[in-house]
Design a binder for this molecule. Sequence first.
Ligand code: GDP
Ligand code: MG
Length: 191
Amino acid sequence: QRVNSTHSKDSGTAESTNSDNVVYKVAMLGDNGVGKSALTNQFMTSEFVAYDNDQDETESDRQHVNVLLNSEESTLEIIDRLMDNKELTDECFDAFAVVYSITDRQSYQTAVDHLYNIRHELAIKEKPTILIANKIDLVRKRKVSKEEARSVAKQYDCKYTETSAALNHHVDELLVGILSQIRLTHTPDMH
Ligand code: GDP
Ligand code: MG
């Protein structure tokens, strides 16, 4: 699944084709209404997006976004649908994005359940997993504190980030953060 080597340094142009990119799979998990679709849609408008994607995909549960980071292009395949543990295992994800809304305490509980499931039931310990507190523009309706979420993320060896898909706040950083973490896990050890 690796790129051809002529494509490493001076590329990332619109001529690049999907076939010479690495494709990394990202699962978007979380309750209905927390903003998974809104975040995914904002990913597509990021300044890191190398070129436009097929607009036919917008109704799909599987969207592709081509990200140019550090002169290297990668395709993220964002999968946003209900999955049982068999599907979560069989899809061979490279990262998990677990989203909740800071206005909805139940959605936070669901997110924590997802973290527990990934790390303990499925015993996936090495894959980057990010706990995403969305809707931080609705600060006066906040039901989950930053401290609480940060500490649960730490407990499950996850990154924590706060976003607003509505304001496009920290969404670029999230996209790039997901890709950076995936690349780190795919970099050979230098010992
Ligand atoms: P999904 O079910 O997780 O895909 O959630 P959606 O992306 O469909 O969002 C559910 C609702 O929350 C929609 O009305 C969105 O406009 C709204 N929403 C999503 N993200 C945000 C956000 O960051 N702030 C606010 N205020 N609303 C948001
Ligand atoms: Mg949705």
